[in-house]
Design a protein around this ligand. Structure first.
Ligand SMILES: Cc1cc2nc3c(=O)[nH]c(=O)nc-3n(C[C@H](O)[C@H](O)[C@H](O)COP(=O)(O)OP(=O)(O)OC[C@H]3O[C@@H](n4cnc5c(N)ncnc54)[C@H](O)[C@@H]3O)c2cc1C
Length: 422
């Protein structure tokens, strides 16, 4: 298989890189062992929630903090990319999500406060349309959950949210309500089950009727992210129009309907752009000559070998959690190119809430995202590293996971398609 850009990995960073390269009219192939993290996670774009990382309160405005981070931490992926690329990446994501019919709201310069599935407040830069409402703008908030659904407790969410909003000086009244789908469920339903049920008009009408009795003016209705799968627009519109109040979907425990919607919409876009996708393949050989990757052999589940030849390669295999970096008892190994993993993967801070040394471990790169060895020398000029594989950031304490995936995926897609930065 010949292509201009071969992307290895299909998480957010790989899908964005593939979309950008395809937009430059390059022939792009994506190969992946499995689906990326979006299917388990919200798909909300955290960019920089806390800086300094041990700050008590989340950042609202982020520009100054990012500028400081870029100066203080030159190996952080945001410093490698720079402010202009960050801006370009977020502009691109805004346009792309509008084009694919799953629009996102927000910007990298200002965080929105989003309740988690237990009612804590988390900072996120960009969220899907169905989470666009801002908590601060509503005097009354009603958190509603479904009796038939597991792992979402509206009264717990409301109580925690009320407390956290007081700390942040947001003075809304938060109440809770159980709703019933009114079906004969023989097991506890997960988010997908409920989302599919709500695509049925009769079920939806029953739920809306229960809310009509309690919703007052100026209320924000918070619900778990279950407002339909592919027909989310119809589901959300019928709630908002009948109840005359905005809805805010908040992330649930996995599986994640919002992450699924984003991933599937991105994949549909790639297919439209004639990007070829190969699932369940494992890279078994790479052909390296004179500082360049000349080809890759991957093995499908049935044992068939497939040879790929790209001009450029993007390694988007998701670090330790995504499966791209293997941590054994003795050794740590980047699985495709055997690129050295730098940092202290085995070091940890005993304070559970502190920033953890192992979180920073990953692959060090040149300003053009090419991998380097432990002496800082570029290893391959046509391989680009993105997402969770990168060295130098802690997505957990700084809240930057999908932000780094988006910015690095955007940059790598552009570099692989149009050549090095001037
Ligand atoms: C439960 C959970 C919730 C999260 N919630 C949020 C959130 O709300 N907001 C936020 O900003 N961040 C969140 N994050 C972090 C964020 O999801 C990640 O930082 C981000 O998804 C990383 O994307 P990625 O593309 O680097 O990797 P991944 O999404 O992990 O994708 C890796 C891809 O590479 C493939 N792969 C791996 N090894 C190989 C191989 N050898 N050959 C071929 N393919 C391979 C995998 O199959 C997969 O397709 C969350 C993380 C978790 C675990």
């Amino acid at each position: 298989m010949e292509c201009d850009v071969l992307v290895i990995g299909a998480g957010l960073s790989g899908l964005i890189a593939a979309a950008v390269a395809a937009d430059y009219n390059k022939k792009v192939i994506v190969i992946a062992e499995g689906r990326g993290n979006l299917y388990a996670a919200s798909g909300f774009i955290d960019f920089l929630g806390y800086y300094p990382r041990n700050a008590q309160f989340p950042l609202k405005k982020t520009r100054l903090a990012v500028q400081k981070l870029i100066i203080q931490e030159p190996e952080h992926p945001y410093a490698v990319a720079g402010e202009n690329i960050i801006q370009e990446a977020f502009d691109y994501f805004s346009r792309l999500t509008a084009t694919i019919g799953y629009p996102y709201w927000g910007s990298w310069e200002e965080n929105r406060f989003i309740p988690t599935a237990v009612g804590a407040i988390a900072p996120a830069a960009m969220v899907p349309y169905t989470a666009r409402a801002e908590l601060e703008s509503y005097p009354r908030i009603l958190v509603a959950g479904f009796q038939e659904q597991g792992d979402f407790y509206p009264h717990l969410v409301a109580e925690n949210l009320q407390q956290q909003m007081r700390v942040l000086n947001i003075n809304s009244q938060v109440d809770a309500k159980w709703m019933e789908l009114g079906i004969n469920a023989i097991k506890e339903l997960n988010s997908f089950d409920v989302a599919l049920m709500l695509e049925k008009k009769d079920v939806r009408d029953r739920v809306i009727a229960q809310l009509e009795k309690v919703i007052k003016g100026d209320t924000l209705l918070i619900v778990p992210a279950v407002m339909g799968i592919s027909r989310w627009q119809e589901v959300v519109a019928s709630f908002e129009e009948t109840l005359s109040c905005p809805i805010m979907e908040i992330p649930t425990l996995p599986p994640s309907v919002t992450g699924f919607r984003l991933a599937e919409s991105l994949l549909a876009y790639l297919k439209k752009k004639k990007v070829e996708l190969y699932w369940s393949v494992k890279v078994t050989r790479v052909d390296i000559k004179a500082g360049e990757c000349r080809g890759i052999t991957a093995t499908a589940v049935n044992g068939r070998e497939i040879h790929f030849h790209g001009k450029n390669y993007i390694l988007a295999t998701g670090g330790v959690l995504g499966g791209g970096i293997k941590v054994g008892l003795e050794e740590v190994e980047e699985r495709v190119f055997k690129i050295p993993v730098q940092g202290e993967l085995r070091a940890y801070n005993e304070d559970f809430f502190a920033t953890q040394p192992y979180a920073y471990a990953g692959i060090k790169v040149t300003p053009d995202l090419q991998p380097t060895d432990d002496k800082g020398q570029r290893l391959y000029n046509n391989v680009f590293i993105v997402g969770r594989n990168l060295f130098g950031y802690d997505p957990f304490t700084e809240k930057s996971g999908n932000g780094v995936a988006l910015v690095s995926g955007y940059l790598a897609g552009a570099l692989a398609a149009r050549g090095p930065r001037k």
